[in-house]
Design a protein around this ligand. Sequence first.
Ligand SMILES: [Mg+2]
Length: 395
Amino acid sequence: MRITSVDAFALRFEPPRGADLASARASGSSVLSAETDSYGDYYIHRGEWTSIYSNRFETTVVRIETDGGVVGWGEAQSPVSPRTSRTIVEDLLRPVLIGADPFDVEALWQRGFGAMRERGHPTGFYVDALGGVDVALLDIVGKTVGKPVHKLVGGRFRDKVALYAGLSGTDPEKVAAQAREHVGYGYRALKLHLRGPRERILKIVAATRAVVGPDVQLMVDVHTTLDVPGAVLLGRGLEEHDVFWLESPVAPEDIKGQSEIARALDMAVCVGEWSRTRFEMREAFERRAGDFYNFDIGRTGITEGKKIASLADTYGIRVTPHIGAGGILSIAASIHFSAAIPNFLIMEHSHGSHAEKMKICSVAPEPVDGAFLLDDRPGIGVEIDEDAVRRYAVA
Ligand SMILES: [Mg+2]
């Protein structure tokens, strides 16, 4: 079996989230609120030196076809600038892949990774692109042998993948209302994306805890907006409300600071969504910069993700896959990964945007009572609607 074509599509979903954006701004949501600086289609939270976000849903999907006509799909998660990942796939990875055997999954990742390592590209968009290719190859292998991907990469450690849902906002009552709604959908774990003054964060958490009661797990993600003393102070306040983990307290590069926060607090600290390889994570694991690691399979791919999980396991660290703005193929890849590792904890999910992410497929996993149930569909288990992919692809 040989690879005969490799294509990538930079997707930007239209119609844009303009209507949602307006209503979110009106309702005071902090993710899409007036507290942002706008840069064309993108925005950054005002007064922060953190992530740029898109007003729309953007990502890059990879399509690989073999001489036998088997087509595999993967996603190089690209919440902004999907054309960058597309170019990497088309200009750099396509020539390496054409004519290769798609079963050489790990060897092909290594070939691609090694190709740009000496030039200083061991992470970022380049590795995202490699990850999308990795998932597309595993999709081909699974479809060829008639097995779901998790059966190819370790097997089924569990029958369902537990989820937590994400919420955000600046108004305690509105966030609490969203939390109640999500508990109604069956979620038993919720993560609050909160920014701004500590007192406001604690008020929102208190209001949410009051509504959901003691049995729903709450997590708080502050998106690297704090310093070490600020994170410890906030964490002590969150512990009063039985918050399960504090996520991304300080800058990704500050491994020592993360470690100090994790040691100072009784509650768990979760870090790592920015990391893509075991090489990047080794020092953080050694220094125990967090209790849980939330690396993202839409960035690592499944093959490297398995290696990272294995390394984490040697340090007794549990893995809680990040999804963020990942699309349906990122979600599907994360489900298979989560099924196939011993040290899985819980996976992220965005209940509100799932229908939107389903726009490019006819069949895909859908959550039931706060979990994805595993099935035996071969490959990654997503049936892509190619017409939709081409419709949403940008030039
Ligand atoms: Mg996060």
